[in-house]
Ligand binder design. Sequence first.
Ligand SMILES: [Zn+2]
Length: 164
Amino acid sequence: MTKEEWYARLFERLGRSKFRSGFHLTQKDIDYIHEKGLDTIRQHARDFIAQREAPAFIPNDGKQTPMRGHPVFVAQHATATCCRECIRKWHTFAPGVELGPRQQEYLVDVIMTWIVRELAAAEEKVAEETATEDAVTSQTGKVMADEAVTLQARKEMSNDIKRP
Ligand SMILES: [Zn+2]
């Protein structure tokens, strides 16, 4: 399986999970990402994975990732990279063994892929709302234009009447 095929299958499966697909970035998360930049967010993801997921033994495994408070935490729950049990189940890395640099980088990449997709979806939503507003505005414009035509017609009619 190529990387693209694996990612396509993974994100399709995540999308089908009611629990996983229920996680979304808040506007606050999005603002934070824009403020920090994606490179910094990726560095945060690297740190979280290295400190909270990579060790062979994690005393609070299953509870090490808060549900909110940082966009990477949200992304971790959405992508099942939140604890070693979820990582075992969804990404097939055995628990009880330290995660190597390539495994860690893969998890970071999954997290960042989800974040980028989430940002794109949020932007699309804004674009759709703007398009709806534009449609309403142009509809209003059309109605006003029609009224102007009617007024002009009435004026011309009354001119005709006045004319001897
Ligand atoms: Zn988990």
